[in-house]
Design a protein around this ligand. Structure first.
Ligand SMILES: Nc1nc2c(c(=O)[nH]1)N=C([C@H](O)[C@H](O)COP(=O)(O)OP(=O)(O)OP(=O)(O)O)CN2
Length: 198
């Protein structure tokens, strides 16, 4: 079974080398909508694949880091990158260009790692990330599956190569969240509620 939760953020970028002239040569913004699709073959004690409320922890935080931020490819012009950092306290450096396709891959890689490092507490069984859909506009989106996230031909995405500015990190509930993710630490879901006999 699949479940899906929608998140939203506003973000600015340039996508170098693309065919659309406006897109490659002018900083512009989008109201992104990101759909996170989780999959499981069994249900937890609440008879859910994964409580939507749990997705409003580290998963929501990491997506919210992109809100009101500028994203740039770390191979972009060094002066452009310097100015992004100078004029925006919220920025994210990415090892790939910020197209819708790469946003969906980036979110897949981060959220997959978050889920794998999360200790489940309410009987959730084999919950995995199925795919991530990044809507850049009302009319265009990209969907990344596992085979896309881990695909050298699309560019290698390592967690350590995604850099969040200090301000982005400071606004997380746990400012050390990404450092913990990088160091393989575990995240704990809230303790299971007392089971009600029915
Ligand atoms: N496959 C992709 N194509 C384009 C991307 C992308 O990420 N992946 N990005 C862009 C630009 O960022 C652009 O701003 C969005 O393009 P487009 O959909 O053409 O935008 P419009 O606002 O013109 O959308 P309409 O709904 O068609 O008016 C370009 N291409």
């Amino acid at each position: 079974m699949l479940i899906r939760k929608l998140f939203k953020f506003e973000n600015a970028h340039i996508v170098r080398n693309c065919s659309s002239e406006r897109c490659r040569s002018s900083i512009h913004g989008h109201s992104y909508r990101v759909e996170i699709l989780l999959e499981a073959n069994a249900l937890d004690h609440g008879q859910m694949v994964y409580d939507f409320g749990l997705m409003k922890g580290t998963i929501r935080d990491v997506i919210d880091a992109f809100d009101h931020a500028i994203c740039f490819w770390d191979r972009d012009d060094t002066e452009y990158i310097r100015l992004c950092k100078q004029f925006s306290t919220r920025w994210i450096a990415m090892p790939v260009s910020p197209s819708a396709e790469q946003f969906s891959r980036i979110f897949f890689v981060i959220i997959d790692a978050l889920l794998q490092q999360t200790i489940m507490a309410n009987g959730e069984a084999d919950v995995t990330l199925h795919s991530v859909i990044a809507h850049e506009t009302d009319t265009g989106y990209a969907q990344a599956f596992r085979a896309d996230a881990i695909n050298e031909r699309m560019g290698i995405i390592r967690l350590e190569d995604i850099i969040f500015s200090e301000q982005c990190q400071a606004e997380w509930k746990d400012p050390d969240m990404y450092k913990k993710l990088l160091s393989g630490k575990h995240f704990s879901n809230p303790p299971a509620p007392r089971q009600i006999e029915v």
